[in-house]
Design a binder for this molecule. Structure first.
Ligand SMILES: [Zn+2]
Length: 325
């Protein structure tokens, strides 16, 4: 219990659920707000919390499963994206990002995180006045409020890894567009819409050929997309999935990613780099941080860096309060 003492003082118990098949993804927060409540964060629909908060529609945040519960809560756009991605009806409640919503009698504020269309952070207070902020994945922390407990991501959270220090290479993207006959590999949800937005911002007004799922998501979630077409049509710019890039006809091909790839890449990320993450923590001034995502060592690396900065921090895998289900 010593390990979790700062969280005990804040009146929040982070727990992980485990069944015979292993840990459920991500974390749930138990707290009192007139009564004891459990909010599950980006986890699967597999136990009975009071609410499933879904920060955004990327598959590693498990909306595919949580969307089937009446206890799911996410933004209008996230619900729409989940329905397009998975062909199922979203069963929970929705809101517009920026609204305050009542979840089980708790006023929960929502803030844009600029990571994907519809992505948002959730913020509420418990009975002892602890301000809890769950960020999900973040591209820009400009709207994040001050808080006492922050539950956040560490996708690029390792200060010792050079790949975790980057800026978006907008110039390289624009040069590739100007050269013409180019194809970009981008994840269908998130990156593909970011690419369309960047193309239009850079003044490209021609047709954009898109892979079907990317196109359905873009047309379903964005306004002012300009003319979109299918991949086979005669256009100067194409957007497909990273896996689909080999089969696309184009003189130049790039994957839009901060990761290593077997094709040339252009660094356009849906995330902040590690300096951005550390800057967000400093700005929000939490007393305690839980790094809950993704798998691998980066959440541990970010938590240990924050601890050295004098901020109590734990990675998800260090949370040893486990509920068997
Ligand atoms: Zn994400």
């Amino acid at each position: 219990m010593i390990l979790l003492k700062p969280l005990f003082d804040l009146g929040v118990l982070p727990i992980r659920h485990r069944s015979g098949r292993g840990f459920k993804p991500h974390v749930s927060l138990v707290f009192n707000a007139e009564r004891r409540l459990t909010f599950a964060i980006d986890t699967t629909n597999s136990f009975s919390p009071d609410a499933y908060l879904i920060t955004h529609a990327h598959s590693d945040h498990h909306g595919k499963s949580a969307m089937l519960s009446e206890k799911a809560v996410c933004s209008e756009e996230t619900a729409k994206a989940l329905e397009i991605l998975y062909g199922k009806k979203y069963a929970g409640r929705t809101f517009n990002v920026g609204e305050t919503i009542d979840i089980c009698g708790v006023d929960v504020r929502t803030y844009p995180t600029h990571h994907t269309i519809g992505s948002c952070a959730f913020y509420w207070e418990n009975d002892v006045g602890t301000r809890i902020l769950v960020t999900g994945d973040v591209k820009d922390a400009k709207d994040m409020p001050k808080c006492d407990l922050m539950v956040t991501e560490a996708n690029y959270g390792d200060p010792d890894d050079p790949k975790c220090h980057f800026n978006d290479d907008i110039d390289a993207f624009r040069q590739a567009v100007e050269a013409g006959d180019v194809a970009f590999g981008a994840y269908a949800f998130g990156k593909a819409q970011r690419a369309v937005k960047l193309l239009r911002e850079s003044g490209y007004s021609g047709e954009i050929g898109m892979e079907p799922v990317s196109r359905a998501l873009t047309e379903g979630l964005m306004t002012n997309t300009g003319a979109l077409a299918d991949l086979e049509s005669d256009c100067g710019v194409r957007i497909t999935t990273p896996g689909g890039i080999t089969g696309v006809k184009a003189a130049r091909k790039f994957i839009l990613t901060g990761m290593r790839y077997r094709f040339p890449t252009i660094n356009i990320s849906d995330h902040m780099d590690v300096d951005g993450l550390i800057g967000m923590v400093k700005k929000c001034e939490p007393e305690a941080v839980i790094t809950y995502h993704p798998g691998g060592i980066r959440p541990l690396k970010l938590a240990s860096y924050l601890n050295r900065m004098g901020i109590y921090a734990k990675a998800l895998e260090e949370i040893n309060t486990v509920v068997e289900i």
